[in-house]
Ligand binder design. Structure first.
Ligand code: BJ8
Length: 425
């Protein structure tokens, strides 16, 4: 039985016509890109279901949580600590920023040469098509790249519940102390929102819950080392994207379930692609739902993507938080330690990121790297040049791609990716 969510969307103030158009485009893209893949693991059925209900059932669950007195917090960055949110009895969700929407209207607020990710977050707000954003009791912006930090100044005029978190851009003892002060401030703000004080017990249990979720998705990543790869890059990317929306406990269980299946596939040498298919690591800007363009183009050309060095991928999930602390302060220190390891390109210098890319190339047996940069994203585009040089010095081919969310450059991108795959063969 299909449930009609229209009254819920109406209550959230969505633009119903625009929202329907968005869902139609999303549905068609999902069918064409995802459901047409061959040799998918059965466990992907769960993620297909989540995607089919991404603006339906999941939003209904969030609305039910709100009705029961829980608060919803939306974020755009992996620096927003889910542990603190959960410990204060709130739910964290990633906010839509992976597709173009209402572009002309967005350009009345932002310069045209702003990256697609930022433009998209504005498009979903201005077009009133993101039920996550509309159901959020608090929206967290973070001062990371210049584009985001200036955009949040404008976003503050479009929403009345924006909380901006400051983040350091260098890594020293002093800046670590700044991060801790910001996280403590955030904890106080969330406690004020929910009326719930974070306790050692609630924080410990939140750390365990988030660690379990990260460990599960990391388990999935590690299984991609096998040849033949037991899961396509597209499917693995989807699991990494759903990470930001789903109920954490259910997500952990579903990912572990698909991992059990992948282990069997590895034993039976069942792959999403044939053994020996060219293996590629993607590194760079985050690919939020429904940004599947590069993966789709690459895998349609017969290569398999075996890892994402990205915030929608290992950069965001590989490190766990130490769960040995017994006081809130000790656990806050552990949280700060964990997030301070995230090697986003907004940091300067940022040598850990290059180390991590090389480590992933070796671990995942990748023959080459595609550096994915969004147009106008200075931090990642700037870093892509030294990354390419360092990789090539080690005889690891690297293709630097600079693109956006549109499909206008798909043909040109396809030609470049095709040539790169030929080089790897
Ligand atoms: S921790 S990567 S999620 S900031 S693509 S908006 S950098 S101009 S997204 Fe990010 Fe947090 Fe860093 Fe990760 Fe700016 Fe570049 Fe746009 Fe970007």
């Amino acid at each position: 039985m299909t449930i009609d969510y229209t009254p819920m969307w109406q209550e959230l103030g969505l633009d119903l016509a625009g929202h329907e158009a968005l869902l139609n485009v999303l549905g068609t893209a999902y069918t064409d890109i995802y459901l047409s893949q061959k040799n998918r693991p059965e466990g992907m059925g769960y993620f297909d279901f989540v995607m089919s209900e991404v603006h339906g059932l999941r939003i209904k669950e969030l609305m039910d949580e709100k009705a029961a007195g829980r608060k919803i917090i939306g974020s755009y960055c992996v620096f927003v600590p889910e542990e603190i949110v959960l410990a204060a009895n709130a739910t964290l969700v990633g906010l839509c920023s992976g597709a173009d929407f209402a572009v002309e209207k967005v350009e009345q607020f932002l310069p045209r040469n702003t990256c697609s990710l930022i433009k998209s977050s504005f498009g979903f707000k201005i077009g009133k098509v993101c039920p996550y954003l509309e159901s959020a009791d608090m929206i967290v912006g973070e001062n990371t790249c210049d584009g985001k930090k200036k955009a949040y100044e404008t976003l503050g005029g479009l929403v009345d519940n924006l909380y901006v978190m400051d983040l350091p851009q260098t890594k020293t003892d002093q800046t670590k102390a700044i991060l801790k002060a910001e996280y403590l401030k955030f904890k106080t703000a969330v406690e004020k929102l929910t009326g719930v004080t974070v306790t050692p017990e609630s924080l410990k249990s939140a750390i365990e819950e988030v660690n379990a979720k990260r460990a599960a998705i990391h388990r999935l990543s590690v299984l991609r080392k096998a040849d033949p790869a037991p899961i396509s890059g597209l499917d693995a990317l989807l699991a990494n994207q759903v990470f930001f929306y789903d109920n954490p406990a259910r997500f952990t269980e579903s990912v572990n379930k698909i991992c059990d299946e992948l282990e069997t596939r590895i034993q039976e040498k069942t792959g999403a692609f044939p053994a020996g298919a060219p293996r590629i690591l993607v590194a760079g800007c985050p690919q939020a739902v429904p940004n599947w363009k590069l993966h789709m183009i690459t895998e349609t050309e017969g290569a398999v993507i075996v890892g994402e060095e990205s915030c929608v991928g290992e950069r965001g999930t590989r490190n766990l938080t130490a769960d040995t602390g017994t006081t809130v302060d000790a656990m806050m220190d552990a949280i700060v330690d964990r997030y301070f390891e995230v090697d986003c390109a907004i940091f300067t210098p940022n040598p850990q990121r290059l180390d991590h890319i090389q480590e992933m190339v070796t671990d995942y047996n990748a023959q080459g790297v595609i550096h994915y940069g969004l147009q106008f994203c200075q931090p990642y585009l700037m870093e892509s040049i030294p990354v390419e040089k360092a990789l090539e010095e080690r005889n690891i081919p690297c293709l630097r791609v600079e693109t956006d969310y549109g499909m206008e450059d798909a043909g040109q991108l396809k030609t470049r990716v095709e040539a790169f795959i030929e080089q790897l063969r």
